[in-house]
Design a protein around this ligand. Structure first.
Ligand code: HEM
Length: 385
């Protein structure tokens, strides 16, 4: 669909998709404008989705789907604990976890990079960040899988199908809720330097996070921080495979990895689109959009806007500046950006150090996730030397 969006952007950067009644916004300026105006373009869809009691418990801390002032309160409190410094302090452990995962396939000439590294690494890092005991990490893997099980749904799934999917995962959601609540209570009684204790201690203007809000934030970390990072590592593996000269440059000088990963993020954003709900009638790109419409800010198309990016269809690992919108824009700008960037960099530093050659195996199919949910590989077999 990317080709269709790109083709349409020049003539009609804002249009109504007759198929599903949603508005699509295709150019960089409109997407940036919409994401920086939460009063007109709300992230709160709670009136439109079915209510499921078990998920309500998480909602209290899921500030991704909140507007100001609630969003500001929670994001400020969480930001006090989840700082770039906390994340930077984790670098040696992320390196160790990466090496341990790759040790699991040491000596093998072929493995699936998703199974071995891209899928487990971000879950283990989130568990590490929260100070989850090693023996309980499998639980995190299980929950992450369940939270993502909506990948079976498509843009045209009915409300009944969505509700049935929610019912199926409700018991696991309850289990996660109980486990994380107990974990938080333990950290209230036994303070440490870890993120959980920092979340418990965080305080702004006399306000602090409730246990249930922290549980919601942990769920948000798994929803927002897991499969997106898997996508980054998988999409980078494919991109570097398709551009061997770029891969040679990176292998020779890994300090070029951060800029190269930004280019991967520009070309293959894990989320093609971010949804917003209009709170009022609004003029956009010469069109009048009624109140309570769903607008889809199309990041994939905005990231290839020729008004902003020279040679937008090219893959330039040294592109600067690179104002892609893959981590969003405005008040909801991704809080995990430093962590995602670090995980991506460490993964490729380790792969290039270990292997003199790595290429996507040509005799096995690459499998992709449901693109309506996320732009990511599900299976990516590699041949390594
Ligand atoms: C928000 C993308 C990794 C935590 C967002 C948003 C985007 C995004 C687009 C904004 C959504 C919106 O405006 O509706 C990504 C991508 C990632 C990534 C592409 C990896 C390549 C992570 C990681 C974490 C994380 C590793 C943490 C472990 C969050 C949180 C929010 C968020 C907490 C909510 C921020 C808010 O609502 O104020 N992410 N993310 N993300 N992300 Fe990420």
């Amino acid at each position: 669909r990317l080709d269709q969006w790109i083709e349409r952007r020049a003539a009609e950067p804002v249009y109504l998709d007759e198929e599903n009644g949603m508005w699509r916004l295709l150019d960089h300026a409109t997407v940036s404008r919409v994401l920086s105006d939460p009063a007109t373009f709300s992230s709160d869809f709670s009136g439109l989705t079915p209510v499921q009691e078990d998920f309500e418990a998480f909602r209290t801390g899921m500030f991704l789907t909140m507007d100001p002032p609630n969003h500001r309160k929670l994001r400020t409190l969480v930001s006090q604990a989840f700082t770039p410094r906390t994340v930077a302090g984790l670098e040696p452990r992320i390196r160790e976890i990466t090496e341990e995962l790759l040790d699991g396939v040491a000596g093998r000439g072929r493995f699936d990079i998703v199974d071995v590294l891209a899928y487990p690494l971000p879950i283990l890092v989130i568990a590490e960040l929260l100070g989850i005991p090693a023996q309980d990490r499998e639980l995190f893997e299980k929950w992450a899988k369940v939270l993502f099980s909506g990948d079976q749904l498509t843009e045209s799934s009915t409300m009944a199908e969505i509700e049935a999917a929610l019912q199926m995962i409700a018991p696991t959601i309850r289990e996660m809720n109980e486990y994380v609540l107990a974990h938080i209570r333990y950290h209230r009684a036994n303070p440490s330097d870890g993120l959980t204790s920092k979340l418990v201690r965080a305080s702004v203007d006399g306000e602090s996070l409730t246990d249930q809000e922290i549980v919601g934030f942990v769920a948000l970390l798994l929803v927002a921080g897991h499969i997106t990072t898997t996508a980054l590592i998988g999409n980078a593996t494919i991109s570097f495979d398709r551009h061997p000269a770029a891969a040679d440059t990176l292998r020779g000088d890994p300090s070029k990895l951060p800029a190269a990963l930004e280019e991967v993020l520009r070309c293959l954003p894990p989320f093609n689109e971010l949804g917003r709900r209009t709170t009022t009638e609004v003029e956009l790109g010469g069109r009048t959009i009624p109140a309570n419409s769903i607008v889809m800010a199309n990041i994939a198309s905005a990231n290839r806007d020729p008004g902003v990016f020279a040679d937008p269809e090219g893959f330039d690992i040294a592109r600067t500046p690179n104002p892609h919108l893959t981590f969003g824009h405005g008040i909801h700008f991704c809080l995990g950006t430093p962590l995602a960037r670090m995980e991506g960099r460490i993964a490729f530093e380790a792969l290039y150090r270990r292997y003199s050659a790595l290429s996507v195996a040509r005799d096995e199919p690459v499998e992709f996730q449901n693109p309506a949910m996320i732009v990511s590989v599900r299976k990516l077999p590699l041949e390594v030397e």
